[in-house]
Design a protein around this ligand. Structure first.
Ligand SMILES: [Zn+2]
Length: 268
C-alpha cells in the first residue's frame, strides 16, 4: 500500500533484453512507481480538478493541448508547432521557425523512417533518439527501421511519398484489443522502398533488425471504453494490463498520456 501524487506526464518506458516493456509512472517529471508490478492488483487513481501546463506550470482551467500544454505555450513553443505533426511542412528555410536554436537541435538531426505493427502496419518517422520509446508509446508489437534521414523535413517528405500505400494511424481500439495483422513486414518494406523517389533512396537502410515488444497484459479487452478524468475523477479498478500509454481495466481503458498536466494521486 502506498500513495504517490503529482503532475502526470506520459509513462516512462524501458525495453528489456527479453523484449518486455517496463513502465514507470511519471509524476512531476520523475519515475515514481513501477507500473508492471501493479498489474493484477486493484489501484485507485484520483483527479482533484487541478491542471497545470507541463511547460510553464500555469494553472489551466479548461482543456489542455498536445499532452498537457496551456494555450499560450501550445501557440508559441516550437515542439507544438504544426510542422512537428506534419514534418514535410517544415518552414525553417523561410525563417519562420518558432525557435531556430530548438529547430537546429531537434529537427536537423538524424530521423528514422520505420514500419511498425500496432494494429495494421503503419509507416512512421521519429527522431533517432526516440528509438525504441516511440514504438512502445504506440503499443507496437514489432518495428523495423527502413531509412535514416539527415533531418526532419527530408524524412517527412519520404513519409508523404509512402503513406498513400499505408495506414499512417494506429487504430488504438484494435491495438488495445490485440487485433493485430500478421501480414509479414517483407512485402510492406518492398512497397515502401519502391515508392520513394530516386533521390531519397540513398537514405534507405537494410532493415535487418526487427524490434519486438511484449506488454504486461493479463487480459486484453474485448470492447474498449475510454475513461476520462474530467468525467470520472476517481477510478478504482483492477489493472489488467498496460499497452501503449494506456492502462487497461477489463473493457475500460485510461490513456495516461492524454491526461498529461493533470494533478493526480495514485493509491496502490
Ligand atoms: Zn504553458
Amino acid at each position: 500500500m502506498g500513495i504517490v501524487k503529482g503532475l502526470l506526464r506520459k509513462m516512462i518506458t524501458a525495453h528489456g533484453e527479453d523484449n518486455s516493456v517496463n513502465y514507470s509512472l511519471n509524476l512531476d517529471g520523475e519515475s515514481v512507481l513501477n507500473m508492471n508490478e501493479l498489474v493484477g492488483k486493484e489501484i485507485t487513481l484520483r483527479f482533484g480538478g487541478k491542471k497545470n501546463c507541463v511547460n510553464c506550470g500555469r494553472n489551466i482551467r479548461g482543456k489542455t493541448y498536445n499532452d498537457g500544454y496551456c494555450y499560450p505555450c501550445v501557440t508559441t513553443l516550437p515542439q507544438t508547432d504544426m510542422c512537428i505533426v506534419r514534418p514535410h511542412t517544415c518552414h525553417f528555410a523561410e525563417g519562420t521557425c518558432r525557435d531556430e536554436e530548438w529547430g537546429k537541435a531537434n529537427c536537423f538531426t538524424e530521423h528514422i523512417l520505420y514500419l511498425a505493427r500496432s494494429s495494421s502496419i503503419k509507416v512512421g518517422i521519429t527522431r533517432g533518439s526516440q528509438v525504441p520509446t516511440r514504438w512502445m508509446d504506440q503499443g507496437a508489437i514489432e518495428a523495423v527501421i527502413i531509412g535514416r534521414f539527415p533531418d526532419r523535413k527530408a524524412v517527412g517528405e519520404a513519409e508523404v511519398c509512402i503513406s498513400s500505400h499505408f495506414s499512417d494511424k494506429t487504430n488504438w481500439r484494435k491495438m488495445l484489443k490485440n487485433e493485430v495483422t500478421d501480414i509479414p513486414f517483407e512485402e510492406y518494406i518492398k512497397t515502401a522502398q519502391e515508392s520513394l523517389p530516386e533521390d531519397m533512396k540513398q537514405y534507405l537502410v537494410e532493415p535487418d533488425k526487427q524490434f519486438t515488444f511484449e506488454y504486461p497484459v493479463e487480459a486484453y479487452p474485448t470492447k474498449v471504453t475510454s475513461l476520462k478524468f474530467d468525467k470520472l475523477p476517481e477510478i478504482k479498478e483492477t489493472l489488467k494490463g498496460i499497452k501503449g500509454q494506456y492502462l487497461i481495466f477489463d473493457n475500460k481503458v485510461l490513456n495516461l498520456r492524454a491526461h498529461s498536466g493533470y494533478n493526480i494521486e495514485v493509491e496502490f
